[in-house]
Design a protein around this ligand. Structure first.
Ligand SMILES: [Zn+2]
Length: 389
């Protein structure tokens, strides 16, 4: 610990200092991350009163004017969740629109300019075959959605919050650096990860368990060794977006990991994936902070997919990734909403995230998967072997 570390005033305040201020003098390699200057340079005067209330925070960007007739990615996805938000032991943070520079950390300026022009001059309309739509407000809505993730990321990185959940739409994980696609305008989670990297972090890890492959996030970090990315998703012929096979990214073994799963893979398969793949993936990368793309479309009764998670499965997964964050990066984790097209599943799933993040409450959902699960053991072992886990 160097002389600039302001440990004493924290003791005066009578609160537990955040873990990165309390690393033992002979910190082992795994603990070095908690001493990173980006995580300790802020003065106690700046943050002392905030630490007293360190807790779970969230942002909420419902984008009510980003709506298109008969489209599943619609504001009503959040209608059952919204009235329940105040019942969770979590603080709402105001989202600010992402800046042009923050968007440009992931997306080509030409794409950004084209999207702005299309929204202003030609919307409403369809911009890709998924179909992805835009309205007159979609550009501003997408800036605010990305900003909602940045706000959560900063709060957790700065120690103002223990962990966070960015409940935003339009979703982001299909949006590639040069292409909006798959109901996504900007890649919210990638922009959030780049924002904490821009503020000094060196290793950020993203796990994506939306039902669909996070092709956009993978593309954003294909050659960025500061970021590790894992996507677990349904994979079969004709299933969107068609990427995400085990061997798709041979140059980045252990850092970019794809876990393609068969239809009906559910709570048991995902638990195996968490224990046999998430765990060595996180251990080998040693992140300083984690983000999770969570899509509630891996629920067994989602209207547009065929996976098999229940709300109990979502709770189990959230607890497991939070435990990994506790072990490797002092609990710094931000969940980010992606897909999920049944409002009940979204409300129950989001509640499960808050239960896991706050350690309070219990899920009342009774929605176990009625379908038989396929045995995914051999697939999971193939993936471990390919990466050398
Ligand atoms: Zn999805």
């Amino acid at each position: 610990m160097d002389a600039s570390t302001p440990a004493l005033p924290l003791l005066v305040l009578g609160v537990h200092p955040p873990p990165w201020l309390t690393c033992p003098p002979h910190a082992n390699e795994a603990a070095v991350s908690c001493l990173h200057p980006a995580l300790r340079h802020r003065s106690v005067q700046d943050r002392g009163d905030i630490i007293l209330h360190m807790r779970t925070v969230y942002t909420f960007v419902p984008s009510r004017n980003h709506v298109y007739p008969d489209h599943p990615e619609r504001p009503a996805r959040l209608d059952l969740l919204e009235p329940r938000l105040e019942s969770f032991d979590a603080g709402l943070l105001e989202s600010k629109p992402a800046t042009q520079d923050e968007i440009a950390s992931v997306h080509n300026p030409e794409l950004v300019a084209a999207l702005e022009r299309v929204c202003r001059e030609e919307a409403p309309g369809i911009i890709d075959y998924a179909p992805t739509y835009v309205t007159k407000t979609s550009f501003e809505d997408a800036l605010l959605a990305a900003g909602g993730v940045i706000t959560c990321g900063r709060a957790v990185m700065d120690g103002e919050a223990k962990n966070a959940f960015a409940i935003v739409r339009p979703p982001g994980h299909h949006a590639e650096p040069g292409r909006a696609m798959g109901f996504c305008i900007f890649n919210n989670i990638a922009i959030g990860a780049r924002a904490v990297l821009a503020h000094g972090l060196e290793r950020v890890l993203i796990i994506d368990y939306d039902a669909h492959h996070g092709n956009g996030t993978q593309a954003a970090f294909l050659n960025d060794e500061r970021v590790a990315f894992l996507s677990a998703h349904q994979y079969q012929r004709g299933f969107y977006p068609g990427t995400g096979w085990i061997e798709d990214v041979p140059h980045a073994k252990k850092r970019i990991v794809n876990v393609p799963l068969p239809a009906r893979a559910g709570d048991q398969a995902y638990e195996q994936v968490a224990d046999r793949i998430f765990l060595p993936f996180v251990e080998s990368f040693r992140p300083q902070m984690m983000f999770v793309s969570v899509g509630f479309d891996a629920h067994w009764n989602d209207p547009i997919t065929m996976l098999g998670l229940s709300t109990g499965g979502y709770l189990m997964l959230a607890k497991k990734v939070i435990a990994l964050a506790e072990e490797h990066c002092d609990g710094r984790i931000v969940f980010v909403l992606e897909g999920g097209y049944d409002p009940t599943n979204v409300a129950n799933g989001a509640e499960a995230i808050f239960i896991a993040e706050t350690g309070k409450g219990a899920s009342e959902a009774k929605d176990s998967n009625p379908y038989k699960e396929p045995d995914c053991t051999a697939r999971i072992e193939d993936i471990r072997k390919w990466h050398g886990f």
